[in-house]
Every structure is written in structure tokens, then in C-alpha cells.
Ligand binder design. Structure first.
Ligand code: PLP
Length: 391
């Protein structure tokens, strides 16, 4: 049975360009480019120069002003943790120098990925007050809503660019402006935006942004933290002082080479991918919505606000996600029920809870997500199987 893969928001297959770029780095033996980018000998210097070339190319692809604003990490979870906790810590240290001993206040959006949401615990243990900004019924977090939660002592706000479960696209520039007006810093998790909507970190107005290679055809375990020059930041990983002292640990040169190729490719292909995917998204919402047990996850009207082209989220009345996913899987089709991280849990998604979707309906959430290798025939195969399963 040929596999139909429609879970690209969870992870994507490796892009041909990433596989080709990484090929030489996966060869065995001392003649392969395997060096430690921090070693003084030729093998090390070669690795260093490859790494710095990747930094320049990623900075260009993300429209960063300077290559040293790009920090390579082990993925977006690390980039999110480092941005939220690292910036908050640095702000706490700065305030302490001014004789202000209360840590300050951090705002996170209620619909963040767990990699941001679960920073709440460590932040509170470090003495920060944490509040959440809600989204509206269409799944968008507005600048007005953010401004209403900000306080005089808010040091950082973090709101994602594109939600990974329902695809809502935030007005990142307006959110950054709202944070900056109150003299707070702004972080954006842009994992689901890259390759799907135009990404320009300068236009975003963010002080920090997180990206993940494996969502755009790169290898797993490689991410990027964009940290605008002069942003206060206290590194979470300390050691050998790699990445300009901001993220210690020997760099994964092979992975970074693959990530760089994939990121460049995703950015270059974004307009073509988006128009192809948006047509499938709209068609799926229309055809799935016509099935008696199916309702779109985003209420009340999808036409309100912007949505990324690669995500379709629907709820099936009277059925549970897990059962639908497994029945589709038996027919060779891979989809998910919300985010991949929560797919083992029977609790309904926190995003649908924030949207006030009733619990029994939220339990039937199915997310279909497209990627570079999605073809028209995959959409047709999914539709036929889904109609059978939910009939
Ligand atoms: N943020 C968002 C919005 C995501 O969709 C994901 C992926 O699941 C992550 C962060 C975490 O990324 P990574 O798997 O690279 O740690």
C-alpha cells in the first residue's frame, strides 16, 4: 500500500536539496567533512567556514540584518525555551542591577505550542509572574488583546506567527508594536510560518524568533533562534562558548548544512507552494464541511482573519481523533489530531479549549497538513478514505 502522508505540520520528509547537501557529511572516514567547527586544524577550519556560510545564508533567507543574529540550536523547542527563558532571565539581571528585585512579568499566548506554553513553570520558579493572552473565536491573538494584558513590569511577550493546530496567522508586526509600546521585548515562534507565509524577521519587528528545520524538509534536531543584535539574552546552555557564547555545544554541521538548504528552498518555493496548498485547503474545508458529522475547527467563520495554506482542521461529531487516525492509517493515510506532541494524550487540544469548542466535539479533531511532496492524488485518496471512515 502506497503511503499518503498528510501530517506535514508534525514533520516533513527530507527535501531532495537537503539530502544532497548533507550527503558528503554522512560519508564515513577521515576524508569526509566531519571536523569540529571549533578545532584549529584544517578539518576544523573547513567545518567552521561551512558553518559560517550557512549562518550567512540563513540570515539572508530570514531577512535578518546580520549573520550573527542567527544561532543554531537543536530544534525549535530549544529555540523557544532559550528565547523565552533566556530573555526573561537577562531582563531580570538588568533590573537587579537597577536595584529592582522583583523579576517582572511575562505574557504568553494561550494557543502557543507546548515549547512556549510550558515555559510557564520555569518562569514562575524564577520569580516571574506569567499571564496569558487569549485568542478570539477565529483563533487570532490581536494586538489589542495583548496590550490589555501587558503591565508596566512586563519584560517579554511571546505570540506565535502561525498556529500549528488551526493555521491562524497572527499580525506579528502589530503584536511586536504593542509589546514595544510598553517597553517589553517580543518573541515569535515562527515554526509554522516558514515556507507557508512570507517570513521577514525585520518586518515581524520581533526581538527573537524560532524556526525548525524538520518542518520545511530539513533534518530533525536542527533549529534556528533569531536573536536581534543587542537583545538582552542569558544563555541556557553554557560550556564551550560556541554560537558567539549564546549556545554552547559542538555544532551539528551536517544537520545545519541540510537545514540551510531546506530553509532556502522553502523560502524560494513559498509563493508557489502557498497558492497550490491554499486551493487544496479551501477545497477540503468545503468538501469535508458538506459531510453531516464534520465541522470546521475554527468558528464562527473561516473567512475572518488569515489562515496558513497548509493546515485544515475539522472536528468529527461522535468520534474520537485516535479512532479516526488509526482507521485512516489502516488505509495508508497519515494525519493527526491536533499537534503531534499531544497525539498520545486523550485530553482535547488546549487550542480548541481556548476557542471554546465543546469538549465532546474537540475530541474528534483531525488535522490534515500539506508539504512540498503533497500531490493532488493524496488529497483525493484522503477524501475517499475519510468519507468511508466517518460515514
Ligand atoms: N513550535 C511550533 C509551532 C511547532 O509546530 C513545533 C513542532 O512541533 C515546535 C515549536 C517544536 O519544534 P521542534 O520539533 O523542532 O522542537
Amino acid at each position: 500500500m502506497e503511503r499518503v502522508y498528510l501530517d506535514n505540520a508534525a514533520t516533513t520528509p527530507l527535501s531532495a536539496c537537503a539530502a544532497a547537501a548533507m550527503g558528503p557529511y554522512l560519508e564515513p572516514g577521515v576524508q569526509a567533512p566531519f571536523g569540529n567547527a571549533n578545532s584549529l586544524h584544517t578539518a576544523g577550519r573547513e567545518a567552521f567556514s561551512v558553518l559560517e556560510d550557512c549562518r550567512v545564508r540563513v540570515a539572508r533567507a530570514l531577512s535578518a540584518r546580520r549573520p550573527d543574529e542567527v544561532i543554531f540550536t537543536s530544534g525549535a523547542t530549544e529555540a523557544d525555551n532559550a528565547a523565552v527563558i533566556g530573555i526573561a532571565l537577562a531582563e531580570r539581571e538588568r533590573r537587579a542591577l537597577q536595584g529592582r528585585h522583583e523579576a517582572g512579568h511575562v505574557v504568553l499566548s494561550r494557543i502557543e505550542h507546548d515549547a512556549v506554553l510550558h515555559c510557564e513553570g520555569p518562569l514562575k520558579r524564577l520569580g516571574f509572574a506569567v499571564d496569558f493572552v487569549e485568542c478570539d473565536a477565529s483563533g487570532h491573538v490581536s494586538a489589542e488583546a495583548l496590550a490589555a494584558v501587558m503591565r508596566d513590569d512586563t519584560v517579554l511577550a511571546s505570540v506565535m506567527a502561525v498556529n500549528n493546530e488551526i493555521g491562524s496567522v497572527m499580525d506579528t508586526a502589530a503584536l511586536a508594536h504593542a509589546a514595544h509600546e510598553r517597553k517589553a521585548l517580543f518573541h515569535v515562534d515562527a515554526v509554522q510560518a516558514l515556507g507557508k507565509v512570507p517570513v521577514d524577521v525585520q518586518r515581524f519587528g520581533a526581538d527573537a524568533a524560532s524556526f525548525s528545520a524538520h518542518k520545511v524538509g530539513g533534518p530533525k534536531g536542527v533549529g534556528v533562534l533569531y536573536l536581534k543584535a543587542r537583545t538582552p539574552f542569558s544563555p541556557l546552555l553554557v560550556g564551550g562558548g560556541q554560537e558567539g557564547g549564546l549556545r554552547s555545544g559542538t555544532q551539528n554541521v551536517a544537520g545545519i548544512v541540510g537545514a540551510t538548504a531546506a530553509i532556502e528552498h522553502a523560502v524560494a518555493e513559498q509563493p508557489a507552494f502557498s497558492s497550490r496548498a491554499a486551493a487544496w485547503r479551501d477545497e477540503l474545508y468545503e468538501r469535508l464541511g458538506a459531510l453531516p458529522r464534520v465541522v470546521a475547527a475554527v468558528a464562527p467563520d473561516r473567512a475572518q482573519g488569515a489562515y496558513a495554506p497548509h493546515i485544515v482542521s475539522v472536528c468529527v461529531r461522535g468520534m474520537e481523533s485516535q479512532s479516526i487516525i488509526l482507521q485512516l492509517d489502516m488505509r495508508g493515510i497519515c494525519v493527526s489530531g491536533g499537534s503531534a506532541c499531544s497525539s498520545q494524550s486523550l485530553d482535547p487540544s488546549h487550542v480548541l479549549a481556548a476557542l471554546q469548542v465543546p469538549r465532546n466535539l474537540a475530541q474528534g479533531l483531525i488535522r490534515v497538513s500539506f508539504g512540498e511532496y503533497t500531490r493532488r492524488c493524496d488529497i483525493d485518496a484522503f477524501l475517499a478514505a475519510f468519507e468511508e471512515v466517518v460515514a
